[in-house]
Write a protein that binds this ligand. Structure first.
Ligand code: GAR
Length: 189
């Protein structure tokens, strides 16, 4: 049994399947982390409902998210003893100023096999390029978009008749499996 679980914060913008997967895993006795805080830059993000259902503290960021607000949030997260910040479909780019508060503590999941297909619309780009594989990557967040040190990757085969929807669904399933396992491993190490 884990004596004291490490606190993590999850940043979201939308649906929140990765958030849900992280929460589900965290409820297991043997899991070494708990989701202590959910931050969203969208007030209507569905993931917020998942957080509230699980009685997790939530916070909405303002649209501008200026330096003063960034500093305030960083202080709150530090005071809450947050070990890792997990970006899970968080579609806002964090500033170098904010990232600097949390060296090697901000993790992102990205729906492509990085370094291929940084940025948006990864699956459609992989399909158009007739790639044999797509997948997902978990990496540290650095100042350059989707370019930080890679922690883990999971390949997903692209099938001949794949549609964007089908491919996205299969990759997402793998994301939901991989993210909690990687966070557990990082907390352990
Ligand atoms: C996931 O596919 C995640 O990899 C992607 O957004 C989706 C969020 O889904 N993230 C990015 O594209 C970040 N650049 P979710 O809200 O169901 O977890």
């Amino acid at each position: 049994m884990i004596k004291k679980k490490a606190n993590i914060a999850v940043f979201i913008s939308g649906r929140g399947t990765n958030l849900k997967a992280l929460i589900l895993r965290s409820k297991k006795k043997k899991c070494n982390y708990k989701v202590a805080y959910v931050i969203s830059n969208k007030k209507n993000a569905d993931g917020l409902k998942i957080a509230k259902k699980n009685k997790i503290l939530t916070k909405i960021l303002s649209r501008s998210f200026l330096k003063t607000e960034q500093k305030k949030l960083a202080k709150i997260l530090i005071n809450k003893n947050i070990k890792f910040i997990c970006l899970a479909g968080f579609m806002k780019i964090l500033s170098p100023y904010f990232i600097n508060f949390f060296k090697n503590k901000i993790i992102n999941i990205h729906p492509s096999l990085l370094p291929k297909y940084k940025g948006l619309n990864t699956h459609i780009r992989a399909l158009k390029a007739k790639e044999k594989f797509s997948g997902c990557t978990i990496h540290y967040v650095s100042k350059k978009l989707d370019s930080g040190k890679i922690i883990a990757k999971k390949k997903v085969k692209i099938l001949k008749k794949d549609s964007l929807k089908k491919l996205e669904k299969r990759v997402l399933k793998e994301e939901n499996k991989l993210y909690p396992l990687v966070i557990e491993k990082l907390v352990r190490s």
